[in-house]
Design a protein around this ligand. Structure first.
Ligand code: WT7
Length: 663
């Protein structure tokens, strides 16, 4: 796809790109009237999509029903995720098409290609293994695997038999795994002996052993990946390859009700414990299929690569279900982007002729810092489309990505969404555009959003981003065993009216690009500015301040903690902690190190605080609420503002000294 010419708009910022005629011609969707069309009747729009994109064992009786905060899609429909992801393509004669190209981290280790036929056989075998281990429809299965093909096989085997998978990020600690397994009441865990990370072997099984303590897990299946020494308990732990030896490559897919739970994915909310986000079957699959198809404009000859870990929703929807439902060929890379050198990703793009590339701003920032010379060493001309996700992308990073990776010819689709939304909900479509740095775009056809103030009135110049019913089909159906939390988190601000995203946003169409209105038939063009609640985005990973505080407070030396995000040029945000120690303890460099280690172990290395301040007291309101606004301002050196509502305004002076706040 060389030689695509961009139509560069002579705009205020001179930074508005439109797709070329060539790009438009190739794209699945290229007519902006689709937005208006879909908006006339979103339910009818999605119904048509569900029918066209997926194979149902039985059609639905009713497409949509809502009694907010709950809603249902394709009621009475019967469908199976793994059947749609693999069998359908094999039946259509695509059995020999590569589904997964697996690239191991050690550069000398050969890659592995798995065709759709092979994937189907392996999925069936493992589905039979799960059955033999006693897993039944509706049972929860924990998956704690690195990026190896077995993760796709395990996931699809679960959905094949109607078991609910709950995937936990392999870099999470044993303790983080434990909390999730406990809540999900998983009976079986699938893990690996180890995996490669920056040339070293991580002993995953040791974490898994930690992780099952005090849970209902009775059996562990272990993939032999790294060959490291592991502890296997007779009767409890089984090797994957041994179980698979005599498993049959045939297993009928379980016809699932459209609204049956398909998977759980734990994410950080505003409380100490992660919440199990519930996704159901028919609606999720419909949104996964169509957003992947239209946003990444996937065609038969594409080589598609999403760099997310499978432990995040991006991994579920755009590294597994979305591309497989579309019969795409996907790249699955096991390791670190900078191993053996900082150009490993560019090397992979060149070697496998990747055409579509989807990654996170935090990764791009790392490459910006490493320098332009690294991508220049490689031929990246096969790329035709770029994507970004996870946090707001700044202008410099966007432009670097556009010019140095996209060669100035690939659109960047800035996809906004959340674990809760199941699939992306806001972006510019590649055949429609336009593409502007820092601007995500408009709602995906058939979905609605708005920017509102506290009362729910339109506030396009800046406000809360909300979703407007009917709710998109892939949206969460609740929080596992936490109905109260679900209502409170998403539906208490605008009851029965809007879903609250927790993000702030601004409509930039009137201030920045009024001239694009006409041309693109655009009403709103949205920039997401970041979280407005106590959720942080650290290198794109979602962490709650409460979760970290909870972890700190479990350390024997700590009484109380306040964690706040500090802006960071690389990671977007980093956690900083203000810690009050128990009497008898004194703040020291050693204790600081120990606490960082403690967080790394209990929550995971991504949560490591950037800095710890030992303080005597935290600034609190009369009702005992910690004033985080002040703690943030101390870090950013912003104005402290009004402290009169504090019970202890004096502590602010003290804190100023501790953090080095300018007088
Ligand atoms: C939060 C959701 C969606 C998959 C990965 C993250 C932020 C996500 C964007 C974007 C600005 C973004 C929001 C959102 N976010 N995408 N394109 N521009 N912010 O899923 O961990 O559930 O986090 O990530 O703050 O609410 P998640």
């Amino acid at each position: 796809m060389k030689g695509i010419k961009w139509v560069v708009e002579d705009s205020v910022e001179k930074e508005v790109w439109w797709p070329s005629e060539e790009l438009k011609r190739r794209a699945w969707v290229n007519d902006p009237s689709i937005y208006e069309e879909a908006d006339k009747d979103p339910v009818a729009f999605w119904e048509a999509r569900a029918r066209e994109g997926l194979e149902w064992f039985k059609s639905w009786d009713k497409a949509y029903e809502e009694d907010l905060p709950y809603y249902k899609w394709f009621i009475g429909g019967k469908i199976n995720a793994s059947y749609n992801a693999v069998d359908r393509h094999v039946k259509a004669g695509k059995g020999n098409k590569p589904a997964i190209i697996w690239v191991p981290e050690p550069p000398e280790e050969p890659s592995r290609v798995i065709t759709y036929q092979q994937l189907k056989d392996e999925v069936c075998r493992f589905a039979n293994v799960l059955k033999k281990l006693g897993v039944k429809k509706g049972d929860r299965v924990g998956i704690y695997l690195p990026l190896i093909p077995e993760v796709h096989i395990a996931i699809l085997a679960c959905t094949r038999i109607g078991a609910v998978h709950s995937v936990v990020f392999s870099a999470f600690s044993g303790e983080s795994l434990r909390v999730r397994l406990e809540d999900a009441e998983a009976k079986v865990l699938i893990t690996a002996d180890g995996y490669y990370r920056r040339g070293k072997i991580v002993n995953l099984k040791a974490n898994a052993d930690e992780g099952i303590k005090d849970t209902k897990v009775e059996k562990i299946v272990v993939v032999k990946r790294a060959g490291n020494e592991v502890n296997m308990v007779e009767g409890r732990d089984f090797w994957w390859h041994e179980l698979m030896k005599d498993a049959a490559p045939h297993c009928d897919p379980e016809p699932m009700d459209s609204e049956d739970m398909m998977f759980l994915l734990y994410t950080s909310g505003t409380t100490g414990r992660p919440k199990g986000v519930i996704h159901t079957t028919g609606g999720y699959l419909t949104q996964a299929y169509w957003t992947t198809r239209w946003v990444f404009d996937i065609h038969d000859d594409d080589i598609y690569w999403c760099t997310s870990d499978i432990g995040w929703i991006t991994g579920h929807t755009y590294l597994c279900y979305g591309p497989l439902l579309n019969c795409a060929t996907l790249i699955l890379y096991e390791g670190s982007p900078d191993y053996p050198q900082i150009d490993r990703w560019w090397e992979i793009i060149e070697k496998y002729k990747v055409t579509i590339f989807y990654t996170a701003p935090t990764a791009i920032r790392m490459f910006v810092r490493a320098g332009d010379e690294w991508p220049k060493k490689h031929d990246l001309s096969t790329l035709r489309l770029l994507g970004t996700v996870g946090e707001p992308i700044d202008r410099e990073t966007w432009l670097w990505y556009f010019n140095n990776i996209g060669g100035g010819r690939c659109p960047i689709t800035d996809t906004w969404w959340q674990t809760e939304t199941g699939g992306t909900l806001m972006m510019s479509l590649p055949g429609i555009g336009p593409f502007m740095p820092t601007v995500s775009g408009r709602p995906f056809p058939g979905t609605r959003n708005a920017i509102v103030d506290e009362e729910g009135n339109p506030s396009p110049q800046g406000g809360y981003l909300v979703l407007v019913p009917p709710m998109p089909p892939g949206m969460l159906r609740g929080l596992y065993k936490a109905d109260d939390k679900y209502r409170e988190t998403y539906w208490s601000r605008y009851p029965k009216r809007y879903y609250f995203t927790g993000d702030g946003a601004r409509d930039v169409i009137n201030e920045h690009a009024p001239h694009i209105k006409e041309k693109g038939k655009i009403k709103h063009f949205i920039r997401v500015t970041g979280r407005v609640d106590d959720v942080m985005k650290v290198a794109g990973h979602r962490l709650s301040t409460a979760e970290l505080e909870d972890a700190f407070n479990r350390h024997p030396a700590v009484t109380e903690t306040a964690v706040v995000p500090q802006p960071d040029p690389m990671k977007g945000e980093v956690p900083v902690a203000y810690v009050v120690l128990k009497s008898g303890y004194r703040g020291s460099e050693e204790l600081s190190k120990e606490l960082v280690e403690h967080i790394s172990k209990t929550v995971g290395p991504i949560a490591k605080p950037k800095q710890i301040f030992f303080v005597d007291e935290l600034p609190k309101t009369r009702s005992g609420k910690i004033m985080r606004r002040i703690l943030k301002a101390l870090l950013t050196k912003d104005k402290i503002g009004d402290t009169s509502t504090l019970v202890n305004p004096d502590v602010v002076e003290n804190l100023k000294k501790i953090v080095g706040y300018p007088d």
